[in-house]
Design a protein around this ligand. Sequence first.
Ligand code: NAD
Length: 519
Amino acid sequence: DQINHFHSRLLAQSHKRNNTNVVFSTTKLFIDGKFVESKSPEWLDIHNPATNEVIGRVPKATHEEMLAAVDSCSRAYHTWSETSILARQQIFLRYQQLIKDNIKELAKLITLEQGKTLADAEGDVFRGLQVVEHTCSITSLMLGETLPSITKDMDTYTFRMPIGVCAGIAPFNFPAMIPLWMFPMGMVCGNTYLLKPSERVPGCAMMLAKLLQDAGAPDGTLNIIHGQHDAVNFICDHPAIKAISFVGSNQAGEYIYERGSKNGKRVQSNMGAKNHGVVMPDANKENTLNQLVGAAFGAAGQRCMALSTAVLVGEARNWLPELVERAKGLRVNAGDQPGADVGPLISPQAKERVNSLIQSGVDEGAKVLLDGRNVKVKGYENGNFVGPTIVSNVTPDMKCYKEEIFGPVLVVLEADSLDDAIKIVNKNPYGNGTAIFTTNGAAARKYTHEVDVGQIGVNVPIPVPLPMFSFTGSRASFRGDTNFYGKQGIQFYTQIKTVTSQWKAEDASLKSPAVTMPT
Ligand code: NAD
């Protein structure tokens, strides 16, 4: 009935739009296998970004509710960590199928709460689903190592063991993918999980929890709390929580990394970005311009891997007018409208911030070649829309270059050579993603080796690695030393036990105590 509840939220929205009375749905907590109404006196509104109508409310969980959630995780850990790996694998095999069966429903919820287009929302679910599919090979991923006969009759082997209760704190921009980077990886390793979704888009995580329960996950293996700073502090401080996975802004991520680490927890913190697309004059022009436009303005630029900065090298600077033409062709509309390319931003505050960063460029001498600030979307006049915007003549000292804009804005710099472009990219503090567009293999190789960025695309604008690899943002885009998903994700969610054993025949027993260090 939690899913029906989500449907009623979708209906609630259409009632409101037809000016009939509407009853707001409340987002439940998920504690010990039950979807429960919070007793909190403090609630936050959830808005549809395309209309700014209130579509529901989410509680700031009380301290008692958060304690109940973590206690449930602790209790469940005793049995879940001892559940056979094959049984855990079966649950995730069922889970991936249930996600596939419900991908359209999940996408509708994402579009309603987050604003991105339905097709893009399906992509959001799909990229998370791939991580769930990957967890199904846990029987290989969790293998330890063995070395026989390290000395006479002695063998050494390792086990990968779970670490306990783990927690995830998620951002608003990928309501499905990012929670799915977190709890499936943690749980399949034998940990139990406490998730705090973004308070702006909690619905999708709740539906994912329901599907996981339907797949057979025992009560208490996943608990969900809602809230903001108090919930985050609770997670950073509670001694039962052994590891925190965070994805979001630098402001929150640095804080969580420091507070969680001080309390002795493992923390992996994926944060903000400024991703450069370096365009060489020998690049395939048609392909490159289309890729740039898609990667800059898709999801209204609200992706940590959005290609938000173009560096046009040499003659490629002449491609600007064509770039502008292509961006003009994108359709700005509510995410559930047919043909929409660019949906709204998450909030009026986000829109305000993006508009002011565009203005800061103008004030500092940049040129706005395409201005999306006054875009009007018929029927959605109150939505948080900003149309595709291209700002040229940008230099590295400008605010619009230094700050992550997180909106449909492409800032354009120019460079005389590949070396100059590499210098620009390496001087920027962020190291999340970058791409080079070229038909020259030597230039591509030079770029991939010399650029100090964790994820690099060669003629690939958004090089988010598939889950058999890891998400390897670096420098100011990451704190911690073990990345999300892939082998590193398994490493993050497990600890190693190393066993050295000796089995010798009776007659080979020691004849006297050995008091020297064994060698
Ligand atoms: P956010 O930091 O505002 O929120 C993320 C989470 O942290 C939420 O659950 C929120 O409740 C909590 N939070 C917010 N402010 C906090 C604070 N001051 N102290 C403690 N907790 C706080 O991020 P967002 O706006 O939801 O997401 C956008 C940001 O996330 C962008 O900077 C984007 O680049 C980044 N992001 C990074 C990646 C990545 O993998 N590197 C992926 C997606 C998004």
